[in-house]
Design a protein around this ligand. Structure first.
Ligand code: AMP
Ligand code: MG
Length: 423
Protein backbone atom coordinates (compact mmCIF):
# COMPACT_ATOMS: atom_id res chain seq x y z
CA UNK A 1 0.00 0.00 0.00
CA UNK A 2 1.33 3.44 0.80
CA UNK A 3 5.09 3.50 1.12
CA UNK A 4 6.35 6.91 1.98
CA UNK A 5 9.79 7.57 3.32
CA UNK A 6 10.61 9.71 6.28
CA UNK A 7 11.63 12.63 4.11
CA UNK A 8 10.50 15.67 5.95
CA UNK A 9 10.24 19.11 4.51
CA UNK A 10 10.52 21.25 7.60
CA UNK A 11 7.57 23.42 8.34
CA UNK A 12 9.41 26.57 7.47
CA UNK A 13 11.70 24.94 4.96
CA UNK A 14 11.71 25.48 1.23
CA UNK A 15 8.47 25.25 -0.70
CA UNK A 16 8.22 21.99 -2.61
CA UNK A 17 7.54 22.52 -6.33
CA UNK A 18 4.41 20.74 -7.57
CA UNK A 19 6.41 18.73 -10.08
CA UNK A 20 8.50 17.27 -7.27
CA UNK A 21 5.41 16.45 -5.22
CA UNK A 22 4.04 14.55 -8.21
CA UNK A 23 7.33 12.67 -8.63
CA UNK A 24 7.29 11.71 -4.95
CA UNK A 25 3.77 10.36 -5.28
CA UNK A 26 4.79 8.27 -8.27
CA UNK A 27 7.84 6.94 -6.44
CA UNK A 28 6.40 6.32 -2.99
CA UNK A 29 2.78 5.27 -3.43
CA UNK A 30 2.06 1.72 -4.55
CA UNK A 31 -1.21 0.58 -6.13
CA UNK A 32 -3.67 -1.28 -3.91
CA UNK A 33 -3.64 -5.04 -4.23
CA UNK A 34 -6.70 -7.02 -5.18
CA UNK A 35 -8.79 -7.28 -8.32
CA UNK A 36 -12.30 -8.25 -9.22
CA UNK A 37 -14.44 -8.88 -12.28
CA UNK A 38 -17.16 -6.30 -12.85
CA UNK A 39 -20.02 -6.21 -15.31
CA UNK A 40 -19.66 -3.75 -18.18
CA UNK A 41 -22.33 -1.46 -16.79
CA UNK A 42 -20.43 -1.19 -13.49
CA UNK A 43 -17.05 -0.59 -15.11
CA UNK A 44 -17.19 3.19 -15.55
CA UNK A 45 -14.34 4.90 -13.67
CA UNK A 46 -12.77 1.58 -12.65
CA UNK A 47 -9.16 0.79 -13.55
CA UNK A 48 -8.30 -2.18 -15.76
CA UNK A 49 -6.08 -4.71 -13.97
CA UNK A 50 -5.06 -6.48 -17.18
CA UNK A 51 -4.85 -5.78 -20.88
CA UNK A 52 -8.00 -6.36 -22.89
CA UNK A 53 -7.06 -8.35 -26.00
CA UNK A 54 -9.62 -8.15 -28.79
CA UNK A 55 -11.30 -11.57 -29.23
CA UNK A 56 -12.86 -10.54 -32.57
CA UNK A 57 -12.39 -8.04 -35.36
CA UNK A 58 -14.27 -4.73 -35.17
CA UNK A 59 -16.10 -4.44 -37.43
CA UNK A 60 -16.46 -8.22 -37.73
CA UNK A 61 -17.05 -8.14 -41.54
CA UNK A 62 -16.50 -5.81 -44.51
CA UNK A 63 -19.50 -3.50 -44.76
CA UNK A 64 -20.79 -0.40 -46.44
CA UNK A 65 -20.13 3.02 -44.87
CA UNK A 66 -22.99 4.67 -46.81
CA UNK A 67 -26.37 4.10 -48.43
CA UNK A 68 -25.76 3.52 -52.16
CA UNK A 69 -24.73 1.00 -54.78
CA UNK A 70 -21.97 -1.61 -54.39
CA UNK A 71 -19.85 -2.40 -57.47
CA UNK A 72 -16.59 -4.13 -58.37
CA UNK A 73 -13.43 -2.04 -58.38
CA UNK A 74 -12.57 -3.56 -61.76
CA UNK A 75 -15.61 -1.81 -63.24
CA UNK A 76 -14.43 1.70 -62.33
CA UNK A 77 -12.24 2.41 -65.39
CA UNK A 78 -14.52 4.66 -67.46
CA UNK A 79 -14.98 8.31 -68.37
CA UNK A 80 -18.13 10.41 -67.93
CA UNK A 81 -20.92 8.12 -66.73
CA UNK A 82 -21.61 4.38 -66.62
CA UNK A 83 -24.82 2.32 -66.33
CA UNK A 84 -24.90 -0.68 -63.99
CA UNK A 85 -27.68 -3.25 -63.78
CA UNK A 86 -29.10 -3.51 -60.22
CA UNK A 87 -29.24 -7.23 -59.39
CA UNK A 88 -29.91 -7.39 -55.64
CA UNK A 89 -30.65 -5.37 -52.52
CA UNK A 90 -28.94 -5.79 -49.14
CA UNK A 91 -29.87 -4.05 -45.88
CA UNK A 92 -28.03 -3.97 -42.52
CA UNK A 93 -28.23 -7.32 -40.74
CA UNK A 94 -28.81 -9.24 -44.01
CA UNK A 95 -26.46 -10.79 -46.53
CA UNK A 96 -26.51 -10.42 -50.32
CA UNK A 97 -28.14 -13.37 -52.07
CA UNK A 98 -25.55 -13.56 -54.81
CA UNK A 99 -22.09 -12.45 -55.82
CA UNK A 100 -21.63 -9.45 -58.03
CA UNK A 101 -20.83 -9.95 -61.71
CA UNK A 102 -19.06 -7.56 -64.10
CA UNK A 103 -21.18 -4.48 -64.89
CA UNK A 104 -23.56 -5.21 -62.04
CA UNK A 105 -24.50 -3.19 -58.94
CA UNK A 106 -26.22 -4.16 -55.71
CA UNK A 107 -28.37 -1.69 -53.79
CA UNK A 108 -26.78 -1.49 -50.33
CA UNK A 109 -27.38 0.32 -47.03
CA UNK A 110 -25.06 1.53 -44.27
CA UNK A 111 -23.72 -1.32 -42.18
CA UNK A 112 -24.82 -4.07 -44.58
CA UNK A 113 -22.15 -6.65 -45.44
CA UNK A 114 -20.33 -6.10 -48.71
CA UNK A 115 -21.60 -8.64 -51.26
CA UNK A 116 -18.97 -11.15 -52.49
CA UNK A 117 -16.74 -9.58 -55.19
CA UNK A 118 -17.96 -6.03 -54.38
CA UNK A 119 -15.36 -3.67 -52.90
CA UNK A 120 -16.62 -0.16 -53.69
CA UNK A 121 -19.83 1.74 -52.93
CA UNK A 122 -21.23 4.77 -54.77
CA UNK A 123 -23.13 7.10 -52.46
CA UNK A 124 -26.78 7.29 -53.47
CA UNK A 125 -26.55 11.09 -53.62
CA UNK A 126 -24.10 10.73 -56.56
CA UNK A 127 -26.30 8.26 -58.50
CA UNK A 128 -29.27 8.49 -60.89
CA UNK A 129 -31.82 5.70 -61.23
CA UNK A 130 -33.04 4.65 -64.68
CA UNK A 131 -35.52 1.77 -64.23
CA UNK A 132 -33.58 -1.23 -62.95
CA UNK A 133 -30.27 0.46 -63.77
CA UNK A 134 -28.19 2.98 -61.85
CA UNK A 135 -26.05 5.62 -63.58
CA UNK A 136 -22.88 6.61 -61.70
CA UNK A 137 -20.19 9.26 -62.33
CA UNK A 138 -16.51 8.53 -63.08
CA UNK A 139 -13.73 9.23 -60.61
CA UNK A 140 -14.46 6.99 -57.64
CA UNK A 141 -11.43 5.05 -56.39
CA UNK A 142 -11.64 1.32 -55.75
CA UNK A 143 -12.43 0.56 -52.11
CA UNK A 144 -14.28 3.84 -51.52
CA UNK A 145 -17.05 3.89 -48.89
CA UNK A 146 -16.25 0.39 -47.66
CA UNK A 147 -15.27 -0.41 -44.07
CA UNK A 148 -12.89 -3.33 -43.80
CA UNK A 149 -13.24 -6.06 -41.19
CA UNK A 150 -10.88 -5.25 -38.32
CA UNK A 151 -10.11 -1.71 -39.55
CA UNK A 152 -11.19 -0.35 -36.15
CA UNK A 153 -9.70 -3.15 -34.01
CA UNK A 154 -7.95 -6.31 -35.12
CA UNK A 155 -8.59 -9.58 -33.29
CA UNK A 156 -5.56 -10.28 -31.11
CA UNK A 157 -4.56 -6.62 -30.65
CA UNK A 158 -4.53 -4.88 -27.25
CA UNK A 159 -7.76 -2.91 -27.28
CA UNK A 160 -7.32 -1.30 -23.85
CA UNK A 161 -4.19 -1.48 -21.69
CA UNK A 162 -3.95 -2.41 -18.02
CA UNK A 163 -4.03 0.80 -15.99
CA UNK A 164 -6.71 2.44 -18.11
CA UNK A 165 -9.32 4.27 -16.04
CA UNK A 166 -12.39 3.35 -17.99
CA UNK A 167 -14.38 6.07 -19.71
CA UNK A 168 -17.76 5.59 -21.36
CA UNK A 169 -15.82 5.48 -24.64
CA UNK A 170 -13.64 2.65 -23.39
CA UNK A 171 -16.65 0.68 -22.14
CA UNK A 172 -18.22 1.12 -25.59
CA UNK A 173 -15.16 -0.47 -27.20
CA UNK A 174 -15.27 -3.39 -24.75
CA UNK A 175 -18.96 -3.87 -25.60
CA UNK A 176 -18.17 -3.81 -29.33
CA UNK A 177 -15.77 -6.68 -28.63
CA UNK A 178 -18.63 -8.66 -27.09
CA UNK A 179 -17.14 -8.65 -23.59
CA UNK A 180 -19.49 -8.79 -20.61
CA UNK A 181 -17.13 -8.51 -17.64
CA UNK A 182 -13.83 -6.72 -17.13
CA UNK A 183 -11.10 -7.42 -14.60
CA UNK A 184 -10.38 -4.26 -12.61
CA UNK A 185 -8.45 -3.23 -9.52
CA UNK A 186 -10.50 -3.16 -6.37
CA UNK A 187 -11.80 0.24 -5.43
CA UNK A 188 -9.54 2.54 -3.42
CA UNK A 189 -11.15 3.06 -0.01
CA UNK A 190 -11.01 6.63 1.19
CA UNK A 191 -11.91 7.97 4.63
CA UNK A 192 -13.00 11.60 4.39
CA UNK A 193 -13.04 14.14 7.22
CA UNK A 194 -13.44 17.85 7.63
CA UNK A 195 -11.83 19.54 10.61
CA UNK A 196 -12.54 22.72 12.49
CA UNK A 197 -14.48 23.89 15.55
CA UNK A 198 -16.27 26.40 13.34
CA UNK A 199 -17.49 23.88 10.75
CA UNK A 200 -21.05 22.53 10.98
CA UNK A 201 -23.11 20.18 8.84
CA UNK A 202 -25.70 21.57 6.40
CA UNK A 203 -29.13 20.84 7.81
CA UNK A 204 -28.15 21.84 11.34
CA UNK A 205 -28.46 25.27 12.96
CA UNK A 206 -25.75 27.75 12.14
CA UNK A 207 -24.31 29.15 15.36
CA UNK A 208 -22.53 32.51 15.48
CA UNK A 209 -19.05 32.30 14.05
CA UNK A 210 -19.76 28.96 12.36
CA UNK A 211 -19.95 28.05 8.71
CA UNK A 212 -21.35 25.12 6.82
CA UNK A 213 -19.01 22.42 5.64
CA UNK A 214 -18.47 22.66 1.91
CA UNK A 215 -15.15 20.84 1.60
CA UNK A 216 -16.50 17.35 2.29
CA UNK A 217 -19.09 17.80 -0.42
CA UNK A 218 -16.51 19.12 -2.85
CA UNK A 219 -14.11 16.26 -2.13
CA UNK A 220 -16.73 13.48 -2.09
CA UNK A 221 -17.96 14.67 -5.48
CA UNK A 222 -14.47 14.85 -6.96
CA UNK A 223 -13.50 11.43 -5.60
CA UNK A 224 -16.65 9.76 -6.93
CA UNK A 225 -15.46 10.51 -10.45
CA UNK A 226 -12.34 8.42 -9.85
CA UNK A 227 -14.14 5.17 -9.01
CA UNK A 228 -13.06 5.23 -5.38
CA UNK A 229 -15.27 4.28 -2.42
CA UNK A 230 -15.70 7.08 0.10
CA UNK A 231 -16.53 6.70 3.76
CA UNK A 232 -17.81 10.06 4.91
CA UNK A 233 -16.67 10.38 8.52
CA UNK A 234 -17.98 13.85 9.20
CA UNK A 235 -16.42 16.80 10.97
CA UNK A 236 -13.66 16.58 13.58
CA UNK A 237 -13.10 19.18 16.30
CA UNK A 238 -9.75 20.96 16.61
CA UNK A 239 -8.64 18.61 19.34
CA UNK A 240 -5.37 16.74 18.92
CA UNK A 241 -6.51 13.65 20.84
CA UNK A 242 -9.83 13.34 19.01
CA UNK A 243 -8.07 13.89 15.70
CA UNK A 244 -5.42 11.27 16.46
CA UNK A 245 -7.98 8.67 17.50
CA UNK A 246 -10.23 9.24 14.51
CA UNK A 247 -7.39 9.24 11.97
CA UNK A 248 -5.85 6.06 13.41
CA UNK A 249 -9.22 4.27 13.37
CA UNK A 250 -9.86 5.34 9.79
CA UNK A 251 -6.41 4.17 8.70
CA UNK A 252 -7.20 0.62 9.84
CA UNK A 253 -9.60 -0.08 7.01
CA UNK A 254 -8.92 2.55 4.37
CA UNK A 255 -6.19 3.10 1.78
CA UNK A 256 -6.25 6.88 2.06
CA UNK A 257 -7.30 9.19 4.87
CA UNK A 258 -8.20 12.58 3.46
CA UNK A 259 -8.85 15.66 5.59
CA UNK A 260 -9.22 19.37 5.04
CA UNK A 261 -8.32 22.18 7.39
CA UNK A 262 -6.01 22.30 10.36
CA UNK A 263 -2.71 21.94 8.53
CA UNK A 264 -1.42 25.51 8.51
CA UNK A 265 0.67 27.15 11.22
CA UNK A 266 -2.19 28.37 13.42
CA UNK A 267 -2.38 27.35 17.06
CA UNK A 268 -5.59 25.38 16.45
CA UNK A 269 -4.10 23.52 13.51
CA UNK A 270 -3.57 20.10 15.06
CA UNK A 271 -3.86 17.74 12.13
CA UNK A 272 -0.14 17.77 11.49
CA UNK A 273 0.81 16.90 15.07
CA UNK A 274 -1.95 14.27 15.23
CA UNK A 275 -0.53 12.53 12.18
CA UNK A 276 3.00 12.80 13.53
CA UNK A 277 1.90 11.03 16.72
CA UNK A 278 0.38 8.05 14.88
CA UNK A 279 2.46 7.79 11.72
CA UNK A 280 5.12 9.37 9.60
CA UNK A 281 4.69 12.71 8.00
CA UNK A 282 6.09 14.05 4.77
CA UNK A 283 5.14 17.64 5.19
CA UNK A 284 4.88 19.63 2.04
CA UNK A 285 4.75 23.32 2.01
CA UNK A 286 3.81 23.26 -1.61
CA UNK A 287 4.90 26.05 -3.93
CA UNK A 288 1.35 26.69 -5.04
CA UNK A 289 -1.22 29.42 -4.64
CA UNK A 290 -3.86 28.93 -3.46
CA UNK A 291 -3.06 25.93 -1.30
CA UNK A 292 0.38 26.21 0.26
CA UNK A 293 -0.10 24.00 3.35
CA UNK A 294 -0.61 20.39 2.29
CA UNK A 295 0.38 17.54 4.61
CA UNK A 296 1.11 14.08 3.35
CA UNK A 297 2.29 10.94 5.06
CA UNK A 298 1.41 7.48 6.28
CA UNK A 299 -0.72 6.54 9.27
CA UNK A 300 0.08 3.16 10.81
CA UNK A 301 -3.29 2.73 12.51
CA UNK A 302 -3.49 -1.07 12.48
CA UNK A 303 -3.57 -1.93 8.78
CA UNK A 304 -0.67 -4.00 7.53
CA UNK A 305 1.21 -1.26 5.71
CA UNK A 306 -0.70 1.74 6.92
CA UNK A 307 -2.86 4.12 4.98
CA UNK A 308 -1.71 7.10 2.98
CA UNK A 309 -2.67 10.41 4.52
CA UNK A 310 -3.29 13.73 2.83
CA UNK A 311 -4.25 16.80 4.81
CA UNK A 312 -5.53 19.52 2.49
CA UNK A 313 -5.84 23.19 3.44
CA UNK A 314 -9.14 24.52 4.77
CA UNK A 315 -10.09 27.11 2.20
CA UNK A 316 -12.36 25.53 -0.42
CA UNK A 317 -10.53 26.92 -3.46
CA UNK A 318 -7.23 25.73 -2.03
CA UNK A 319 -8.88 22.35 -1.48
CA UNK A 320 -9.87 22.22 -5.13
CA UNK A 321 -6.46 23.22 -6.46
CA UNK A 322 -4.55 20.85 -4.19
CA UNK A 323 -6.99 18.05 -4.98
CA UNK A 324 -6.17 18.51 -8.65
CA UNK A 325 -2.41 18.63 -8.13
CA UNK A 326 -1.89 16.24 -5.20
CA UNK A 327 -4.91 14.04 -4.53
CA UNK A 328 -5.71 13.35 -8.17
CA UNK A 329 -2.30 11.88 -9.07
CA UNK A 330 -2.14 10.07 -5.73
CA UNK A 331 -5.57 8.57 -6.29
CA UNK A 332 -4.68 7.44 -9.79
CA UNK A 333 -1.53 5.84 -8.45
CA UNK A 334 -3.32 4.05 -5.56
CA UNK A 335 -5.98 2.85 -7.98
CA UNK A 336 -3.38 1.24 -10.25
CA UNK A 337 -4.14 3.70 -13.05
CA UNK A 338 -1.59 5.03 -15.51
CA UNK A 339 -0.74 8.69 -14.94
CA UNK A 340 -3.08 11.06 -16.74
CA UNK A 341 -1.11 14.25 -17.27
CA UNK A 342 -3.19 17.38 -17.41
CA UNK A 343 -2.77 19.37 -20.59
CA UNK A 344 -3.35 23.11 -20.30
CA UNK A 345 -4.87 24.52 -23.48
CA UNK A 346 -3.52 27.84 -24.73
CA UNK A 347 -5.97 30.73 -24.45
CA UNK A 348 -5.56 34.50 -24.49
CA UNK A 349 -5.52 36.37 -21.21
CA UNK A 350 -7.99 39.24 -20.94
CA UNK A 351 -6.53 40.39 -17.62
CA UNK A 352 -3.31 41.59 -16.10
CA UNK A 353 -1.77 39.84 -13.12
CA UNK A 354 1.35 39.99 -11.02
CA UNK A 355 2.80 37.06 -9.16
CA UNK A 356 5.91 35.97 -7.35
CA UNK A 357 8.37 33.75 -9.17
CA UNK A 358 9.00 30.28 -7.76
CA UNK A 359 5.44 29.12 -7.18
CA UNK A 360 2.64 28.03 -9.44
CA UNK A 361 -0.59 29.98 -9.29
CA UNK A 362 -4.09 29.03 -10.29
CA UNK A 363 -6.39 31.87 -11.30
CA UNK A 364 -10.07 31.08 -11.77
CA UNK A 365 -11.18 32.27 -15.18
CA UNK A 366 -14.29 32.31 -17.36
CA UNK A 367 -13.90 31.90 -21.11
CA UNK A 368 -15.49 34.19 -23.63
CA UNK A 369 -15.16 34.61 -27.35
CA UNK A 370 -13.50 37.91 -28.20
CA UNK A 371 -14.57 40.01 -31.19
CA UNK A 372 -11.83 38.46 -33.30
CA UNK A 373 -13.18 34.99 -32.53
CA UNK A 374 -10.32 33.97 -30.22
CA UNK A 375 -11.09 32.45 -26.81
CA UNK A 376 -10.21 34.81 -23.98
CA UNK A 377 -9.84 34.05 -20.28
CA UNK A 378 -11.41 36.58 -17.91
CA UNK A 379 -10.27 36.51 -14.31
CA UNK A 380 -12.95 36.25 -11.61
CA UNK A 381 -12.70 39.42 -9.60
CA UNK A 382 -12.70 37.98 -6.07
CA UNK A 383 -9.70 35.76 -6.01
CA UNK A 384 -9.48 34.81 -2.32
CA UNK A 385 -8.81 31.16 -1.52
CA UNK A 386 -12.10 30.95 0.37
CA UNK A 387 -14.34 32.37 -2.37
CA UNK A 388 -16.46 29.45 -3.58
CA UNK A 389 -18.20 31.52 -6.25
CA UNK A 390 -14.83 31.88 -7.92
CA UNK A 391 -15.27 28.16 -8.70
CA UNK A 392 -18.96 28.19 -9.58
CA UNK A 393 -18.90 31.28 -11.82
CA UNK A 394 -15.93 30.27 -13.96
CA UNK A 395 -14.95 27.61 -16.49
CA UNK A 396 -11.53 26.54 -15.29
CA UNK A 397 -8.11 27.41 -13.94
CA UNK A 398 -5.47 29.51 -15.62
CA UNK A 399 -2.19 27.85 -14.68
CA UNK A 400 0.63 30.35 -14.27
CA UNK A 401 4.01 28.61 -14.11
CA UNK A 402 6.73 29.04 -11.51
CA UNK A 403 8.79 31.30 -13.77
CA UNK A 404 5.97 33.72 -14.60
CA UNK A 405 5.91 37.04 -12.74
CA UNK A 406 3.54 39.07 -14.85
CA UNK A 407 0.63 38.55 -17.21
CA UNK A 408 -0.59 41.30 -19.49
CA UNK A 409 -3.79 41.24 -21.55
CA UNK A 410 -3.11 39.47 -24.84
CA UNK A 411 -0.60 37.02 -23.38
CA UNK A 412 -1.08 33.32 -24.12
CA UNK A 413 -1.74 31.37 -20.92
CA UNK A 414 -2.51 27.73 -20.10
CA UNK A 415 -6.15 26.91 -19.34
CA UNK A 416 -7.34 23.78 -17.49
CA UNK A 417 -11.09 23.28 -18.00
CA UNK A 418 -12.91 22.02 -14.89
CA UNK A 419 -14.43 19.28 -17.03
CA UNK A 420 -10.94 17.98 -17.84
CA UNK A 421 -9.75 18.10 -14.23
CA UNK A 422 -12.19 15.76 -12.60
CA UNK A 423 -13.34 13.26 -15.15
P1 AMP B 1 -7.71 26.20 8.50
O1 AMP B 1 -6.60 25.75 7.59
O2 AMP B 1 -8.29 25.06 9.29
O3 AMP B 1 -7.29 27.34 9.34
O4 AMP B 1 -8.87 26.71 7.56
C1 AMP B 1 -8.68 27.78 6.66
C2 AMP B 1 -9.99 28.42 6.30
O5 AMP B 1 -10.82 27.46 5.65
C3 AMP B 1 -10.77 28.90 7.49
O6 AMP B 1 -11.38 30.13 7.16
C4 AMP B 1 -11.82 27.84 7.69
O7 AMP B 1 -12.99 28.33 8.31
C5 AMP B 1 -12.09 27.38 6.27
N1 AMP B 1 -12.57 26.01 6.24
C6 AMP B 1 -11.96 24.96 6.84
N2 AMP B 1 -12.65 23.84 6.64
C7 AMP B 1 -13.72 24.16 5.90
C8 AMP B 1 -14.82 23.40 5.36
N3 AMP B 1 -14.92 22.09 5.57
N4 AMP B 1 -15.74 24.04 4.61
C9 AMP B 1 -15.61 25.38 4.40
N5 AMP B 1 -14.61 26.14 4.88
C10 AMP B 1 -13.67 25.55 5.62
MG1 MG C 1 -9.35 24.89 10.94
Amino acid sequence: MAQLSDDCFAFNGPLLPIGEAENLIGARIAPVEGREAVALRDALGRVLAENIVAPINVPPFDNSAVDGYAVRGDDLAFDGEKRFCIVDRVTAGRAAMRALGAGEAIRIFTGAPMPPAADTVFMQEDCRLEGDHVVVPAGLRAGANRRLAGEDMQAGAVALPAGRRLSARDVALAAALGLTTLVVHRRVRIALFSTGDEIVEPGTALPRAALYDSNRYLLAGLIARFGAAVTDLGILRDDPKELGRALAAAAADHDLVLTSGGVSAGEADHVRSAVESIGRLVFWRLAVKPGRPVAMGVISGGAANGAAFVGLPGNPVAVFVTFVRVVRPLLLRLAGASPEPLVAMPVRAAFSYKKRAGRREYVRVALRKAEDGILEACKYEQDGAGVLTSLTETDGLAELGEEVTRIEPGATIGFLAYASLVG
